[in-house]
Design a protein around this ligand. Sequence first.
Ligand code: THU
Length: 136
Amino acid sequence: MSDEQALIDAARAVRDNAWAPYSRFRVGAALRTSSGSMHVGCNVENATYGATVCAERNAVAAAVAAAERSFEEIAIVTDTSPPAMPCGICRQVLAEFGPDLRIISTNLSGEVARTTIGELLPSAFSGADLCDDRPR
Ligand code: THU
């Protein structure tokens, strides 16, 4: 099995754990690090709606909690056609770790769309924007 297929399978599996009673839109994400480890996340909704956290951000949080900060690719699985791309907030969070992250969006029927976070969020606001000589 290819590395990409293993990542997609992990995203598909964790999607089953999504807590999405309000939207019924289940999302699974699996992030592969430069060291080869894999970290997964699913969307976790909340009755206050605004407290909902997307699958992609939960995968990033799991990876960072495991002391990983260098990411190669993320697979995202939904049940929509075409496969959904990360939302705006997730794009910003994924871009935090560099523009080269590969994004593999796919669905349960096997359609695949590939891009990078740099393409999805060009000119992202980043840590570099904060490194100036503002008085503090
Ligand atoms: N969702 C994600 O998990 N990732 C995205 O990139 C888009 C949206 C979730 C949030 C919410 O639980 C549901 O999908 C509908 O928006």
